[in-house]
Design a protein around this ligand. Structure first.
Ligand SMILES: Nc1nc2c(ncn2[C@@H]2O[C@H](COP(=O)(O)OP(=O)(O)OP(=O)(O)O)[C@@H](O)[C@H]2O)c(=O)[nH]1
Length: 199
């Protein structure tokens, strides 16, 4: 019997990416106080990649405790801009403030994934993507947020690359999947290497 794979994430796009890759898995989102853990790590001046990696491991470990036989994938994405980490916007005004700050500048997305098996991390990867946003007019940003709020509220950086968010950018260095929130190519390579996924 094939080993069960569990995605410990409530992210629709992460589940879609794994499903579209043909993986069989179940979803069991980790219930953790992400903002409290993140605030603690930021207070210790942990680097953004360590914050993403630690949160991904905590999510995977929390769910793995309920499913000791399964391969459990935890994820976390951090947006880093000029040394500060941005979280998902809580309000349209916060989304507008974030986009005003990112406009005309570069930022980095860090997408961490950790696999926990039998209570131990057995694989981890933090994908990085460097994005350059064009200089955007305030009129356009206000209109963009008003029209897209219900979608972009669930996304770090207040954009979805596969939707109108692509218009915000002039350059993207890194892979598409990592922008969406999952270092999918590295994850699949590991699952193929260990024989969990045929290739
Ligand atoms: N569809 C889409 N989602 C994006 C994009 N960029 C970032 N995201 C999502 O933004 C969210 C980042 O927040 P996280 O805390 O990592 O994940 P989450 O959605 O809270 O889900 P958990 O894994 O349960 O914590 C993830 O769901 C990413 O998939 C994008 O371009 N497109």
């Amino acid at each position: 019997m094939a080993q069960e794979i569990i995605l410990a994430s409530g992210s629709d796009i992460r589940a879609t990416l794994l499903r579209n890759a043909g993986l069989s898995f179940t979803v069991d989102p980790a219930r953790i106080d992400e903002s409290a853990i993140r605030a603690g790590l930021e207070a210790e001046e942990a680097p953004p990649r360590d914050i993403a990696d630690t949160l991904a491991e905590i999510k995977a470990s929390r769910v793995a405790a309920k499913h000791p036989e399964a391969l459990v994938i935890g994820c976390d994405q951090i947006l880093e801009h000029r040394g500060t980490c941005l979280a998902k916007p809580a309000t349209p005004d916060e989304a507008l403030a974030q986009l005003r700050a990112l406009s005309g500048d570069r930022h980095t997305l860090l997408s961490a994934a950790v696999i926990v098996e039998e209570g131990r991390p057995v694989w981890r990867h933090v994908g990085q993507v460097h994005l350059t946003m064009r200089q955007l007019s305030d009129d356009y940003l206000q209109d963009y947020v008003a029209r897209n709020w219900e979608s972009i509220r669930h996304s770090v950086g207040a954009y979805k690359l596969e939707e109108e968010g692509v218009r915000l950018f002039t350059q993207i260095h890194g892979d598409y999947f990592t922008v969406l929130g999952l270092p999918l190519l590295d994850l699949l390579s590991y699952l193929v290497l260990r024989g969990t996924v045929p290739a």
